[in-house]
Design a protein around this ligand. Sequence first.
Ligand code: GAR
Length: 209
Amino acid sequence: CCRVLVLISGNGSNLQAIIDGCDDNVDAEVVGVISNKPDAYGLVRAHHAEINTSCVIARKDERRQQYDSRLQQAIEQYQPDLIVLAGFMRILSDEFVSQYIGQMVNIHPSLLPKYAGLHTHQRALDAKDKEHGASVHFVIPELDAGPVILQAKVPVYEDDTVETLSSRVHEQEHAIYPLVVKWFSLNRLKMLENQAYLDDQLIGIHGYA
Ligand code: GAR
């Protein structure tokens, strides 16, 4: 069984989708949830699902590498096969990320490589984009730059606000993230030399199509 560890900072709706997706037909289990915020609602979701949780809260004046080494200790307790970043809103150090290459995935609320970083929905609206979406990608040291595995597109309407657009994107995130976890658990996904493969087929820059 594939041991999945999910890192969150907030609501955890993607965590919920992954918990629900790891049903009897999927050989994967969410074995733990780690949050950097003690009041993240995702922790409540984990408790309801009887999943162990840890909080790793940044200390005042703590260096990034110190935080990351405490995070690593917490991660090791769960012996994960796959680390899933699901709204985990901290930048991770290169050293930290390098340890988990090919083993850590993230979901980002844009059609990467567009709009790495924050405020993606506002930026898509400001640019008057006709489409927007979400991307699941392998994590590499460079922020939001790892090879894309799967994207979901949504239309952008003229009267959209950040709220309407982000809820449309969220809905798609909940469809694609559990699928990527399932692929990984079936050993179908690999990362080699900064590129993602599904069933040994190179995945294009806009994700599996
Ligand atoms: C998701 O929309 C995810 O794409 C985004 O945070 C949200 C978390 O929602 N992630 C990032 O912005 C990463 N930079 P959730 O807590 O309900 O899953």
